[in-house]
Write a protein of this length. Structure first.
Length: 70
Protein backbone atom coordinates (compact mmCIF):
# COMPACT_ATOMS: atom_id res chain seq x y z
CA UNK A 1 0.00 0.00 0.00
CA UNK A 2 1.07 3.53 -0.70
CA UNK A 3 1.19 6.10 2.04
CA UNK A 4 0.60 9.79 1.50
CA UNK A 5 4.34 10.34 1.72
CA UNK A 6 4.91 7.84 -1.08
CA UNK A 7 2.35 9.53 -3.30
CA UNK A 8 3.89 12.95 -2.70
CA UNK A 9 7.18 11.62 -4.02
CA UNK A 10 5.74 10.58 -7.39
CA UNK A 11 6.47 12.53 -10.55
CA UNK A 12 2.75 12.87 -11.31
CA UNK A 13 2.09 14.44 -7.92
CA UNK A 14 5.04 16.81 -8.23
CA UNK A 15 3.98 17.89 -11.74
CA UNK A 16 0.42 18.46 -10.54
CA UNK A 17 1.64 20.68 -7.72
CA UNK A 18 3.85 22.62 -10.15
CA UNK A 19 1.00 23.11 -12.64
CA UNK A 20 -1.31 24.28 -9.87
CA UNK A 21 1.27 26.73 -8.60
CA UNK A 22 1.90 28.15 -12.08
CA UNK A 23 -1.83 28.48 -12.76
CA UNK A 24 -2.28 30.32 -9.47
CA UNK A 25 0.47 32.77 -10.37
CA UNK A 26 -1.02 33.40 -13.81
CA UNK A 27 -4.47 34.00 -12.33
CA UNK A 28 -3.00 36.36 -9.74
CA UNK A 29 -1.13 38.34 -12.40
CA UNK A 30 -4.28 38.64 -14.51
CA UNK A 31 -6.28 39.79 -11.49
CA UNK A 32 -3.68 42.47 -10.72
CA UNK A 33 -3.74 43.71 -14.32
CA UNK A 34 -7.53 43.91 -14.29
CA UNK A 35 -7.48 45.81 -11.00
CA UNK A 36 -5.05 48.36 -12.48
CA UNK A 37 -7.30 49.23 -15.42
CA UNK A 38 -9.61 51.71 -13.63
CA UNK A 39 -6.61 53.62 -12.26
CA UNK A 40 -4.96 53.77 -15.68
CA UNK A 41 -8.20 55.01 -17.24
CA UNK A 42 -8.42 57.69 -14.55
CA UNK A 43 -4.91 58.83 -15.52
CA UNK A 44 -6.18 59.40 -19.03
CA UNK A 45 -4.65 56.44 -20.84
CA UNK A 46 -6.61 55.10 -23.79
CA UNK A 47 -7.98 51.58 -23.98
CA UNK A 48 -5.40 50.78 -26.63
CA UNK A 49 -2.52 52.12 -24.51
CA UNK A 50 -3.68 50.12 -21.49
CA UNK A 51 -4.09 46.95 -23.54
CA UNK A 52 -0.59 47.30 -24.96
CA UNK A 53 0.96 48.14 -21.60
CA UNK A 54 -0.69 45.28 -19.73
CA UNK A 55 -0.50 42.82 -22.62
CA UNK A 56 -4.28 42.35 -22.63
CA UNK A 57 -6.79 42.45 -25.44
CA UNK A 58 -8.59 45.72 -26.06
CA UNK A 59 -11.85 43.82 -25.57
CA UNK A 60 -10.83 42.82 -22.05
CA UNK A 61 -9.94 46.40 -21.20
CA UNK A 62 -13.20 47.70 -22.69
CA UNK A 63 -15.21 45.12 -20.74
CA UNK A 64 -13.62 46.13 -17.45
CA UNK A 65 -14.04 49.83 -18.28
CA UNK A 66 -17.74 49.26 -18.95
CA UNK A 67 -18.16 47.30 -15.71
CA UNK A 68 -16.51 50.16 -13.85
CA UNK A 69 -19.13 52.59 -15.14
CA UNK A 70 -22.01 50.45 -13.86
Amino acid sequence: MFSLGDIKQTKVYQEGIEEGFEKGIEEGELKAKKQAIPSLLALGLTVKQIAQTLNLSEETVKEIAENQKN
